[in-house]
Design a protein around this ligand. Structure first.
Ligand code: GUN
Ligand code: ZN
Length: 428
């Protein structure tokens, strides 16, 4: 069924980080035509009605219609331990994360949390996520099965660890290779699903396991590869002691064939010059996880500096190290961290990071992350008056950016008026 949605339809015609004026990269249209689950056209309502007379018109008033949010780094198995108190990275993993991830040996529990995670993320406007699972293949099956049933585009992979993790949460180099390979065969490219080869991070993989993951990626080059990089200074010291030959943290991946254009590196806060240079050279993606970086006390991502170098950058919640499922809250945290670094991100830049930037980080920019003909119709409709506090500020606004900014800063799931996945309304 064709549909015409009316509202303030926001599309990117370029990157708002490139030119002098971020808003030059944005166009606003009155309506969008959706046919067969894809964006067919943008324009005036009358024009689109003439083009598709059978289409149903859905009026979203003065709401903003954006591409659905793309969350480029999450851990769906940490859904139930989000907002756990008082620890930094390594203690947080040992105290909260690993015990919870152990529960995913039970396929019924994995299914329950997979459904809960997708319910929560979709109700926050996220239409695509790139998720770590646990070492259990059942945890990957659970998330892919749930996403496929909902028609969602999603990236995920089995988290591989063969050291520095408790009993019951370690595989081996060979088991990691075999199970990941079997999951790739079953899921990669099925419907809207992408497989990401997923060594958790260097401290929890032996050199043998990293080598096996590198070999697997070489055999399946269309897969993504996701991991963590330089999140906390203690972690970096630990990596240095575990890999004394390595030039730096990134080198522990590079040496084993785990640096590439389809590599997605979470956090990437405390980078050395050589690492920045190599990441840039490969066009690898860095993922900014602002609520996590403040919540676990990791540090301040250098958005302005890395963007100026031409790095590929996405935005993410990092649930449950991140303290939220909301990409609105995540944009607010990215703005706040930008301020601490002396660089105020424009609302157009924040929205770009949460949509097209993240889609490009996952190499999905020809599928999702923007509202432009040919892309899949994954959309979020934002109510700019969702609470009294936001509404009274929005009323004062003189232009679209002043109207949208209070929602980016103060909005939550109440601002998500509707979500479309492949053109179908899915908001509960
Ligand atoms: N580094 C390795 N594993 C994790 C994780 O689960 N969360 C975060 N934030 N960092 C990690
Ligand atoms: Zn993470």
């Amino acid at each position: 069924m064709a549909k015409i949605l009316t509202g303030q339809v926001l599309s990117f015609t370029g990157t708002p980080f490139a030119g002098e004026t971020p808003t030059d990269a944005v166009t606003l249209s009155d309506a969008v035509l959706i046919q067969d689950g894809k964006i067919a056209a943008l324009g005036a309502v009358q024009t689109l009605m003439a083009q598709s007379p059978e289409a149903t018109v859905i009026d979203h008033g003065d709401m903003v219609i954006s591409a659905g949010f793309v969350d480029a780094h999450v851990h769906y198995p940490q859904t139930a331990i989000v907002a756990s108190w008082g620890k930094r990275l390594i203690d947080w993993l040992n105290t909260y994360t690993f015990p919870e991830e152990m529960r995913f040996c039970d396929p019924a529990y994995a299914r329950e949390i997979a459904e809960r995670y997708l319910d929560l993320s979709v109700s926050n406007g996220t239409t695509t996520a790139c998720s770590f699972c646990t070492i259990h293949p059942e945890s990957v099956e659970a998330l892919f099965t749930a996403a496929r049933a909902r028609g969602q585009r999603l990236v995920a992979g089995k988290t591989c660890m063969d050291r520095n993790a408790p009993d019951g949460l370690r595989d081996t180099a060979q088991i990691a290779y075999d199970q990941s390979a079997a999951l790739i065969g079953q899921w990669h490219g099925a419907d809207r699903l992408t497989y990401a080869i997923t060594p958790r991070f260097s401290p929890t993989s032996t050199p043998e396991q990293l080598e096996a993951m590198g070999a697997l990626w070489k055999e399946h080059p269309t897969c993504l590869m996701q991991t963590h990089l330089s999140e906390q200074t203690d972690e970096i010291e630990w990596v240095k002691s575990l890999f004394p030959q390595a030039r730096d943290y990134l080198d522990t991946y590079e040496e084993f064939g785990l640096l590439g254009a389809r590599g997605v590196y979470g956090h990437a806060i405390h980078l050395e010059e050589r690492e920045r240079h190599r990441l840039r050279e490969y066009g690898a993606a860095l993922v900014h996880c602002p609520t996590s970086n403040t919540f676990i006390g990791s540090g301040l991502f250098d958005m302005a500096g890395l963007m100026a170098e031409g790095q590929r950058i996405g935005l993410a919640t990092d649930t449950g190290g991140g303290s939220s499922f909301s990409m609105l809250r995540t944009m607010a945290a990215a703005y706040e961290i930008g301020q601490l670094k002396g660089h105020a991100l424009h609302p157009a830049q924040l929205l770009w990071l949460a949509t097209q930037g993240s889609a490009a980080a996952l190499r999905l920019e020809d599928k999702v992350g923007n509202i432009t003909p040919g892309l899949e119709a994954d959309l979020v409709v934002l109510d700019l008056h969702s609470t009294p506090a936001i509404a009274q500020r929005t009323q004062r606004a003189d232009d679209i950016w002043e109207s949208v900014f209070p929602t980016l800063m103060m909005g939550d799931d109440r601002a998500i008026a509707q979500v479309y996945i492949a053109g179908e309304a899915v908001h509960p």
